[in-house]
Design a protein around this ligand. Structure first.
Ligand code: PAF
Length: 271
């Protein structure tokens, strides 16, 4: 993979990378279509990265839909699918990882210790292996995106990070590979998540400036259904992810919930 990539770069041909863990959905496809537009060569990586899963998380049951993914990749004009084995990415003597800063501490970082360190480590490896000029990431994983942008800046990585908007189902549910875990009634309950974000924006549109009042409405909307347990619902600075005490727009509203065994996240930038 790296040999091929270095040859392309030697000839000044542009490479776009869409890093994924497979189980592709419309959100991933929007990244692939944009990647195709931005570069001469489009690489899709599929790797379920064990380093970013906690011991009690869903590594073992993470959905695998390789045949389907390959068909979709072809439809989107992917030139290369990079599909490494775990032992090739992390041989037995693998021992280096990244020390992340403040961006990795709040929100999902608080609930999933080590998660972002695992993400950053694999993304840095993928950048070194695939040598992309541009890499595309969805804004649904907003904190992940911010951490990667910061890593690229801090470590002077020669890659442009292209953030891509959240893709939603017609009823508002943000696309996620984990949505397929949801039973019918759970999926219905999950609609409260996007609804809570819409309600918050409409309150801001009506002039609401109080952070507590906004967060209270989000909680109330989420907790209307007993099926849903709120892990966090927070207003943060969209750049630093520091919690906001007073409303300053644009503001990131980030939500994480558990529905049964499934953990879902969503967010919007209030304007
Ligand atoms: O967002 C994901 O699917 C993963 O966290 C990523 C960026 C592919 C790293 O494993």
């Amino acid at each position: 993979m790296q040999e091929w990539a270095l040859k392309r770069r030697e000839h000044e041909e542009k490479i776009a990378l869409v890093p994924t863990m497979g189980a592709l959905h419309e959100g991933h496809l929007s990244l692939l279509r944009e990647g195709k537009r931005l570069a001469d060569h489009l690489v899709l990586s599929i790797f379920v990265n064990p380093l970013q899963f906690g011991p009690a998380e869903d590594l073992k049951q993470y959905p695998k839909t390789l045949e389907k993914d390959l068909n979709r990749a072809e439809e989107c004009g992917v030139d290369i699918v990079f599909y490494p084995k775990t032992g090739d990415m992390y041989p037995k003597d693998f021992q280096t990882s990244l020390d992340l800063g403040a961006l990795s501490k709040p929100l999902c970082g608080a609930a999933r210790p080590g998660h972002f360190q695992g993400v950053a480590t694999v993304v840095l490896k993928l950048f070194n292996i695939v040598q992309p000029n541009v890499a595309l990431f969805g804004q649904k994983d907003y904190q992940q995106l911010r951490i990667i942008q910061q890593m690229v800046k801090d470590l002077n990585l020669p890659v442009e990070i292209k953030p891509m908007p959240i893709v939603r189902e017609d009823d508002g549910l943000a696309m996620s590979s984990r949505n397929r875990y949801l039973k019918t009634d759970e999926r219905q309950a999950a609609l409260a998540i996007s609804l809570s974000l819409v309600k918050a924006q409409s309150l801001v549109d009506q002039g609401e400036k109080n952070v507590e009042a906004l967060v209270k409405t989000v909680h109330a909307t989420l907790e209307e259904t007993k099926k849903l347990k709120v892990e966090y619902a927070l207003l943060c600075d969209p750049k630093t992810l520091d919690p906001l005490k007073t409303l300053k727009l644009p503001a990131l509203l980030a939500v994480a919930c558990r529905i049964g065994e499934t953990r879902l996240i969503d967010n919007c930038v209030l304007r």
